[in-house]
Every structure is written in C-alpha cells, then in structure tokens.
Design a binder for this molecule. Structure first.
Ligand SMILES: [Ca+2]
Ligand SMILES: [Ca+2]
Ligand SMILES: [Ca+2]
Length: 294
C-alpha cells in the first residue's frame, strides 16, 4: 500500500488508489498536491465574510484534481461572489475544438457562452467542452451549465440544474444530464487578497468541487486533458484577473471577445494526465504491472 500511495503522490493528478473524494465543497486530502496555485491578487473583491453560502468577492486560489474509475474530480479553491458572477471552465480533452471561441455555440445561460465569442486561448489549448456555474439569491442556489465546443460550432449544450451550497453536488431541474455534479463552499477568507499585484492562493481548502463523468468529456478514456478556468462578470461579459493558470499580476482582462491569452506571458491553462494513465497508478494497476514483469 505504501508503494502505491507514494507513486500516486508523484503523479500530477492523484490516482485511483487513493480514496474517492466526498463532494461537498471542502478539499479532501485525497486530491494530493495542487496542479496550479493562483499568483495574482483578485480584482473582483477579496471575500471576507466566512459564510458557507454567501461571498462578497471572487477568487480562484488553486486547482486540484483526482480521478476515480470513469470520473474526474476537480477542485477549485476560492470564492465565487454571490452576485451571479460566473465561474467558467474550459476543457481540452480531444483533437479539434475552439482555440478561439466561436459565436455559433449552443444558446446556453441567456446565450452567455456566445457572449465570449472571439476569446482566444494560448496556442496548444483548444477546448472541446465548457462548464460554468453561478450563484446567488436567498436562500442561496448554485446554477450550472454545460456545452460542447465543436470545431465547426453548433454542438449540444444546456442547463445542468441547480443545487445548494455545500451540498452533495446533485444538480436538479436541468434540461440535460451528462453526468456532472458540483457544489460550492464559499467560506474562504484566506488565499489571495484584493488588488492586481503578485500574490499566492496557497493553503485554501474550500471552494467549487466538481465531479465529471468522462463520457461528458468525449469518452471513457480521453487523451491528455488540459483545463483553463476564470471568473467572469454576471453576463459572461467582463473577465476578472482570476485565471488559472494565473496571469502573473495585472488588472481585469475586461471584454471577453478581446482577450487573447497568447499576449499574456506563460500558459493560462493547466495540463493533467489522461485518466487512463491515472488508473494504472492504482494498486490494481501496479499489481498487474508487477505480474506482467514477473
Ligand atoms: Ca481539443
Ligand atoms: Ca482572499
Ligand atoms: Ca499566455
């Protein structure tokens, strides 16, 4: 067991030998080390309330990942202000996709996805799927959406449903059900502070936790997966400076259609290993490998 855990810890994304995380918005030890830590103070307000179901600012402090058979578990530490600001997640899990967002994607969330048309990602990142969430109201609700980003546009997409804060992540009332669960715990008061300079999001243990059926990302065993995430305005219409991977200091990015991440130093995306490769990190995989060598 010790050997399996040690090898799992060396992987970029914790593997199947580790316990499956409990979806509740609190970071499980099983996620292991972060894949990315925020390097920029937040231009969208530093959350100071410490309340599970309400935040007065938004920040993306870090990204953690773990796999379990057939699923990818993602954890974004930080806060999403309870004013219906948007958390935007883009996933590059197969060939093709949209290095520059098209304007003829599915009409989802009041056509909010297409509001970002023109946004250009770093070279080498061509997302194939989009997942977004937003929250507010009293009592608080988190609302989620999903869409394909086909090379030629016009893919499938729709409303995933809603849930409460720190729930088990089951989304109800949606129009589609591709196998995505999520929730938020908005109680973080650490991480980055307010501003536009260099900062560190390390050490935060609450935020947005998402479980995705790999079928929703193009199949049971997609190739290597890359993610990009950022906080956007309530109409998907004004980018903050909270991007993962971080922008290395700076103010709001502003109008989404004009954002080009190639103009910002470094990669504003994060690479994680293929779940198929991760499964081999599991104890069963290790045992099989040893038997094959014997
Ligand atoms: Ca792609
Ligand atoms: Ca903070
Ligand atoms: Ca860049």
């Amino acid at each position: 067991m010790k050997t399996a855990y040690a090898i799992g810890a060396l992987s970029l994304c914790a593997g199947a030998a580790v316990a499956q995380p409990i979806l509740d918005g609190t970071l499980d030890a099983s996620y292991g080390a972060p894949l990315s830590i925020q390097n920029t103070s937040t231009s969208f307000g530093n959350s100071t309330l410490g309340v599970v179901d309400f935040a007065n600012g938004s920040e993306l402090d870090g990204f953690y990942c773990q796999s379990s058979p057939g699923f990818l578990h993602l954890f974004f530490t930080g806060n999403l202000e309870s004013n219906f600001n948007k958390f935007e997640l883009f996933v590059d899990s197969k060939a093709g996709g949209q290095g520059t967002l098209r304007g003829d994607n599915p009409d989802v969330d009041f056509n909010g996805l297409n509001r970002m048309a023109g946004l250009t990602f770093d070279a080498g990142f061509e997302p194939d799927y989009w997942v977004s969430c937003t929250g507010g109201g009293s009592p608080y609700s988190l609302f989620a959406n999903y869409a394909e980003l086909l090379t030629t546009g016009g893919g499938m997409g729709g409303y995933l449903g809603s849930t409460t804060a720190a729930s088990s992540g089951v989304l109800s009332g949606g129009s589609i059900a591709p196998g995505i669960s999520m929730t938020i715990n908005n109680s973080n008061v650490g991480g980055v502070g307010g501003g536009t300079g260099l900062d560190s999001g390390a050490g935060v243990t609450t935020g947005i936790e998402i479980s995705i059926d790999l079928a929703a990302l193009g199949g049971g065993d997609p190739g290597s997966i890359k993610l990009a995430a950022f906080i956007n305005g309530g109409g998907h219409d004004f980018l903050s400076n909270q991007v993962l991977a971080g922008i290395g200091g700076g103010d709001h990015l502003g109008e989404p259609s004009l954002v080009n991440f190639n103009r910002i130093a470094g990669d504003q995306f994060v690479s994680i290993p293929a779940p198929g490769a991760l499964a081999l990190i599991g104890l069963g995989g290790l045992v099989s490998a040893r038997r094959r060598r014997a």
